[in-house]
Design a protein around this ligand. Structure first.
Ligand SMILES: Nc1ncnc2c1ncn2[C@@H]1O[C@H](COP(=O)(O)OP(=O)(O)OP(=O)(O)O)[C@@H](O)[C@H]1O
Ligand SMILES: [Mg+2]
Length: 386
């Protein structure tokens, strides 16, 4: 019913692309529920429409032009069609449940509205970097079989005074006319009330324009906002989002699941899971993914079919040093850091193997900065920087 109403809205506003977009979505839904004939009839009609609209007939395209910033000519929205396969996506049980609740609420919006208990389809995701917020938005779009329209806040905030509000208007017009999940990513860039060098008056105007646009959107339009600076968000913005999910760095069981998934077939048989899970406490899913990919690449380069357990720990140690703001410009620094970080996991022999030098050279490196020359010679000889 909500598609029929949107098609009607499009017709009443003489907005052919809006009607076309929702007709395409209706055809998709009919097809998925087994009503092929009706889906075909709709697509057939769309195919006879003017060329711009005919796009909507395959349901995976949209007829409405993507909005652009007049000044830079850059598109302010990225449209993608996320598709998730397998089970590579892990959330804490509370977050997973809340995401399901949101999907349930969106899917049953019409039924809830008829009973007078619908809440607007707005979801706010917040938490530290790399914990899966953007990924969750992609997953939601994939579950709802809708395109994901990601707002590029960098191009949206125009250097021209006043242009930002116009850009916002266009984005929300687009979201109204197009069946999609609208993702306002890095939302803080738009919605932090104060606190950067830009004119405070203009920022307040942006916040007001944002609130007006959110309010003007029909309740069934799906908006997801994501940020890692929840503190800076204006309280008036929070109120517009009845669904909120807090993301945190993964706990032990989630870390184990992430390591297993991300190492996949390259998982070394000799890996001590308890060690890896405990050493990676406090790090995000994004860092785990990066460490796994680095270790897998190293294995592929060495012609091995599984990643090396010590190499995974080494990569993890180096990633943690970076997160601590500690830079390790030389191999000697790396070796010293790894010993200091988890001496029990990095014996002299293990380090010698990892860096392709002798245990004596590792002892020299550990003894002090003056021993650095030996290592650089060794590195030159082995031809390997690491
Ligand atoms: N819970 C998770 N399950 C699976 N993959 C994850 C998870 N958390 C992070 N990742 C991986 O980390 C990468 C970054 O995740 P994502 O972009 O969703 O983080 P984010 O929370 O949006 O970060 P930021 O705040 O920096 O934008 C993704 O490519 C994803 O593969
Ligand atoms: Mg993100």
């Amino acid at each position: 019913m909500s598609e029929v109403l949107k098609i009607l809205d499009g017709a009443l506003k003489a907005n052919a692309s809006m009607a076309g977009n929702y007709a395409g979505l209706l055809a998709d839904k009919l097809e998925r529920s087994g009503e092929r004939e009706d889906a075909l009839r709709i697509r057939d009609r769309l195919a006879r429409a003017p060329s711009a609209m005919a796009f909507a007939q395959d349901g995976s395209r949209m007829a409405t032009a993507v909005p652009t910033d007049t000044e830079s000519r850059l598109e302010t929205v990225d449209v993608s069609y996320p598709q998730f396969q397998g089970n590579g996506f892990h959330l804490s049980s509370a977050a997973a449940r809340r995401v399901q609740e949101f999907i349930g609420s969106v899917s049953n919006y019409d039924r809830f509205a008829a009973a007078g208990v619908a809440s607007v389809n707005r979801l706010f995701l917040y938490g530290p970097p790399g914990t899966g917020k953007t990924m969750t938005a992609r997953w939601i779009a994939s579950e709802l079989a809708l395109p994901l329209a990601t707002v590029r806040c960098d191009t949206l905030i125009s250097s021209l005074l006043g242009q930002t509000s116009r850009n916002l208007r266009r984005v929300f017009d687009f979201a109204e006319q197009t069946p999609c999940v609208l993702l306002l990513d890095e939302f803080d860039a738009l919605a932090s009330a104060r606190g950067n060098e830009r004119d405070v008056g203009e920022l307040q105007r942006i916040v007001i324009a944002l609130l007006q646009n959110i309010d003007a959107l029909p309740g069934h339009a799906i908006v997801v906002a994501a940020t890692n600076f929840a503190q800076g968000i204006d309280p008036a913005v929070w109120r517009r989002f009845p669904f909120q999910i807090s993301f945190a760095v993964p706990d032990a069981s989630l870390r184990e699941a992430l390591w297993k998934t991300m190492l996949g077939g390259f998982c070394p048989a000799s890996l001590h899971w308890d060690e890896l899970v405990s050493f990676s406490e406090g790090i995000s899913g994004a860092v785990i993914e990066q460490v796994c990919q680095d270790a897998i690449r190293t294995a592929i380069m060495a012609g091995q079919s599984e990643a090396d357990a010590a190499e995974i720990l080494r990569r993890l140690g180096l990633a943690i040093s970076l997160l601590n703001g500690q830079h390790l410009p030389s191999i000697e620094d790396e070796v010293r850091w790894l010993r200091q970080w988890r001496g029990e996991a990095f014996s002299l022999r293990e380090l010698a193997k990892l860096y392709a030098v002798s245990t004596r050279q590792i002892s020299n490196m550990l003894r002090g900065p003056n021993a650095g020359k030996t290592a650089s010679k060794a590195t030159k000889r082995s031809g390997k920087p690491r």
